[in-house]
Each structure stands twice: as C-alpha cells, then as structure tokens.
Write a protein that binds this ligand. Structure first.
Ligand code: AHR
Length: 355
C-alpha cells in the first residue's frame, strides 16, 4: 500500500472508527458487565458456520461474511473486554462470528484454526497466546486461500505474507512509558532502588516487549535495579502468589513494582497489604492496561501509574475484515493510540472507563 493509500485508510476508516471506540458506539444497549462475562464458563467449542448465512434482502453481499476468531483465553479483565468488543462489533457489522476460546493453549488455537479452514470461513483472526510457532499453521491457512488478521499480540514469522495485517498495541512502547514514569518519579531519589517485575505469560508478545522496553529505558539510571522478576501469567491469583515470594526477605524488599498488567497488580496489592505495607507508598506500583478496577486503586492511592493498553479492537477488526472482502489493501500494522494515567487524573477518568 503506498503512502497515499495508508493516509486515506487512516483518515477515512481508522479515525472515524477510533472515535466510535472512544465515545462508546454501543451506549444504546448496554453490554453485559465484565463480572457477568467472567461468571460464564469459557467457551471452548467452535461454533458451526451456518451453511448459508444469507444476507437480509437489499443488502449488497449475497451472503454474510463469516469470520473465525481464535481468542487465546479469558485470563484478565482486559481479555474479557476484548472478547466482548469483538462479539458486539460483529453483531453491529452484520458479520457471522465463529468464536473459539483456547484457554492459553497454542495447540487449541491450531485446532480452532483448522476447524475454521474446514468450515471455509471467509477470514480468520487470531489473538496468539505466544509469539513463536505460527509459521506451519499459517501456511496451511494460506494454502486454503483464507486471509488472516493477527490481533492484539504480534507473532514471530519470517514470512510476513502469511498474514494480511496486525491490529494491536505497541507493547515495547508501553514498557518505555512505564519506565519513563519511574524515571520521573525517582528523579530526586538516589538509589539503589530495588524493582520487582511481574511478567505476563512466558513467550507472549506483551510480556517480552514490555519487559524489553522497560529495561532499555531504565538503563539511563544505573541505581535502578530489577532485583526480582518472574512470570505470573497475567492473572490475579498468580500475581498474588508470585508477589508473596518477592516479599519473603524483609531485608530485600522492593521499592517499586512493575506489573505487566492490572490483574497481577491487583493480586500483588492484596499481599502487600497483608504484609502490613502500604501499596503506592512503601512500594510504588506501575501497571499496564487501564481497567476500571485499576483506576479505582489509583483513586485510592494504591497504584501510582497505569499505562493504557486498549482492548476495544472489535470495530477495527470488523472494518478490516470487510475491507479484505472488498479486495482492498490494508496497512500491515494498525495501532491504537494509548495514554498514560497517574493518580492526578484517575478520579476524573475512572467513570469513563469502559472495561
Ligand atoms: O495481550 C494483551 C495483554 O493480555 C493484556 O495486557 C493482558 O491483561 C492480557 O491478558
């Protein structure tokens, strides 16, 4: 796609869609709450593609577009909001969505993708649990002539023609933003300053890239040292369990926690308080995502900074799917602009959080 087309796509499609996402396009019929969705058992089966999903009379397509979506799991509030955004956007767009939840298993993602191929869907979207291992399955899909959109997490493939476009965040930049907040916060405090890091899923793009961006940025100050770092799978429970181990040695207590997502930060806050410490004061907490629960903790002074990662990618995904079906060329990378929030802005922003 040449620069002119990229600009055209950005102005005509991306900006209007982004406005829809930011202003909440589905206010008329409120979506089910996050807790309602959490209470439901994860959907593991692949919905059958309707034999002929006919379009309404007068609609331009002979039949509805069928999109197969392999979601990686339901580990966090971010993920639940992401699933909900995609399901709602598919309904609004009149796209038949075949949804499959892989519960953190790449193998299950492969099974779902093969099932989508057998059902001859029009487009396949994948939120990949980890970065590696995608080349063979994507070759199978390419052979079947089905276009692929990678969503949320990037993948490591030599042959980038195996997917049409990647829609998601810049995780490296999120790590950089987290580190910049820390550098600013500590500008008048001399070290050594001990940092603990709760990583996400091992080998996943957000964990790898957030960790890298953070490390490369704090290098600016030698007295900032990561003394603890371990994976906690992006979940509250693991966040709790791993943070507990970080607090075991009172002589080596971290002064800063960088959690790769809000759920792990929320788990960590619980054990920090159980240890008689004050989160946000005794331990500075920086997290990523921007869930309402994390904002509430910021308002209470228990989280210091949240780097936003936007899960509301459904409208962009549906638009990209339609454009592929219309034979248009998409940009290779479609990114969502994101902010950084601190306690100063939290009270004003908390009611606006959509997830
Ligand atoms: O890939 C996005 C990450 O995955 C989010 O930061 C995290 O909360 C989720 O589980």
């Amino acid at each position: 796609m040449d620069t002119h087309n990229v600009r055209k796509w950005f102005l005509c499609v991306y900006i209007p869609l982004l406005l829809l996402v930011l202003t909440g396009c589905s206010e008329a019929s409120p979506p089910p709450s996050i807790s309602t969705l959490q209470a439901q058992p994860p959907e593991t089966t692949v919905t059958q593609a309707p034999a002929a999903a006919e379009a309404e009379p007068g609609e331009p397509h002979a039949r509805k577009i069928v999109l197969g979506f392999s979601q990686l799991g339901s580990e966090s509030d971010w993920r639940i909001a992401n699933t909900r955004s995609i399901q709602e956007a598919a309904q609004v767009a009149g796209i038949t969505l075949l949804f499959s939840n892989a519960e953190q298993s790449q193998e299950k993602q492969f099974e779902a993708i093969r099932s989508f191929v057998r059902q001859k869907v029009d487009v396949i979207a994948i939120a990949p649990v980890i970065q590696s291992g995608w080349e063979p399955i994507l070759k199978e899909v390419k052979q079947a002539g089905i276009p692929v959109i990678i969503m949320d997490r990037s993948i490591d493939v030599k042959d980038t023609s195996l997917y049409v476009s990647f829609i998601g965040s810049d995780f490296y930049e999120e790590g950089v933003k987290a580190a910049k907040y820390l550098l600013d916060k500590m500008r008048e405090t001399s070290g050594p300053i001990a940092i603990a890091e709760l990583q996400g899923t091992v080998g996943s793009a957000p964990s790898v890239d957030r960790g890298k961006g953070f490390r490369e940025t704090i290098k600016a100050r030698e007295d900032l040292q990561i003394v603890y770092s371990a994976p906690a799978d992006f979940t509250v429970e693991k966040g709790k369990a791993v943070m507990k181990t970080f607090l075991q040695d009172p002589g080596k207590r971290p002064q800063v926690l960088f959690a790769h997502n809000d759920d792990m930060a929320l788990g960590a806050i619980e054990v920090i308080e159980e240890a008689g410490l004050s989160p946000g004061k005794d331990i500075i907490i920086i997290s990523v995502d921007g869930t309402r629960k994390a904002f509430e903790k910021m308002v209470e002074g228990k989280i210091n900074c949240v780097v936003e990662c936007n899960p509301l990618l459904g409208p962009l995904l549906m638009q990209a799917t339609k454009e592929i079906m219309e034979g248009r060329t998409l940009p290779k990378r479609i990114m969502s602009p994101e902010s950084v929030y601190t306690q100063v802005m939290a009270a004003k922003e908390v009611e606006n959080r959509k997830y």
